[in-house]
Ligand binder design. Structure first.
Ligand code: ADP
Ligand code: MG
Length: 336
């Protein structure tokens, strides 16, 4: 008879990490979301070797109290929800309390944080039995992840080239930059600065991140009906060749890959844009949080709508109407 035994904690976290920590970019996404959830207004990202060797995020958010640092690194510990009710109306990016624990299980993690009003910062290394040590930091939090998968060689083999991993990391930063134009964000790779974005309005941020050509060749989308609204930019069919294809779709501020919305977009463009499979769009859908479930997958890039037919129809009609409107009426706001 086989004997049944409980798995050790570290192994449980390493298994769970498979779902959250697919590659450096997924670590980066989780850390960026934590910084935004902490109310940061400026975030700096430093990467080395595609984020495999180092991911360092510096934010100016609320910080973590000394006595909660160790807790933040344990599984299922979160400050963001406390009940099922909270989960059903969750407005923060995080709520599962497993990102930091997962990262700590498959990489070397260190957190330095200074809570507002604290005399100084504290640093905690994510090693077993480590104690917080006094540290210097003006405010906010620095999270450092080094040597991803150093202790799980089987996972390391699935990493792609440095340039591929970096490209995914840069995408993760861009998506966050798109959803929060009010937050300053910078990205440095191997000591080279890729971008430094100051707080901006949305049109300007999109022009900086996706490209001026996209915004000037796009139509403004602005539609609402009851608990749902859609805003942003959609490429003008006659000018589609002027911008790269690519869809940035956000639901309640979260970047998602959603089949329903993707299909509605294709349908809306079908009659006017022959051949192009993925018309360039940058769209923000806002919907009552009670009508969408974000707790579908640990990485949260999938959502489930309570009434997906209604969402499909709404997006389809919003885009179709936008594309059918004479161009003068929908000139995008000047970007400069
Ligand atoms: P979740 O985001 O789902 O709560 P995480 O494992 O990502 O879970 O983080 C655990 C907790 O650590 C968070 O709930 C938050 O209280 C704290 N935390 C993590 N990163 C930061 C940060 N950059 N600033 C302030 N607090 C943070
Ligand atoms: Mg989190």
């Amino acid at each position: 008879m086989p004997t049944i035994a409980r798995l050790p904690d570290l192994l449980i976290s390493q298994i769970a990490a498979g779902e959250v920590v697919e590659r450096p970019a997924s670590v980066l996404k989780e850390l960026l979301e934590n910084s935004l959830d902490a109310g940061s207004t400026a975030i700096q990202v430093h990467l080395e070797e595609g984020g495999v060797k180092l991911i360092r995020i510096t934010d100016d958010g609320c910080g973590i109290a000394r006595d909660e640092l160790a807790l933040a690194l344990t599984r299922h510990a979160t400050s963001k929800i406390a009940s099922l009710d909270d989960l059903e109306r969750v407005a923060s990016f995080g709520f599962r309390g497993e990102a930091l624990a997962s990262v700590a299980a498959v990489a070397r993690l260190a957190i330095t944080s200074r809570e507002r009003g604290a005399a100084h910062a504290w640093k905690l290394r994510g090693e077993n039995g480590a104690e917080p040590e006094p540290a210097a930091l003006m405010a906010g939090t620095v999270v450092e992840m080094r040597d991803l998968y150093y202790n799980t060689p089987a996972r390391r083999k699935f990493l792609k080239s440095e340039s591929t991993e970096f490209a995914h990391c840069a995408d993760a930063v861009r998506r966050l930059a798109l959803t929060r134009p009010d937050v300053a964000i910078s990205l440095t790779h191997n000591g080279r600065s890729l971008f430094q974005l100051a707080p901006a309005d949305r049109a300007r941020r999109i022009a900086e991140v996706v490209g001026d050509d996209f915004v000037t060749a796009s139509r403004t989308v602005d539609a609402a009906a009851g608990p749902i609204s859609l805003t942003g930019f959609a490429i003008d069919p006659t000018r589609a060749s002027e911008a790269k294809d690519g869809q940035n779709v956000f639901v309640n501020g979260r970047f998602v890959r959603d089949k329903i919305i993707g299909h509605a977009l294709r349908e809306a463009y079908r009659d006017v844009l022959h051949g192009a499979r993925q018309p360039a769009v940058c769209l923000f859908l806002e919907i009552d949080p009670g009508l969408v479930d974000v707790n579908v997958h640990p990485a949260k890039t999938e959502v489930r709508f309570r009434d997906s037919r209604a969402v499909h129809q709404f997006v389809y009609h919003a885009i179709q109407r936008t594309l059918a409107t004479p161009i003068q009426a929908t000139e995008p706001a000047p970007v400069n």
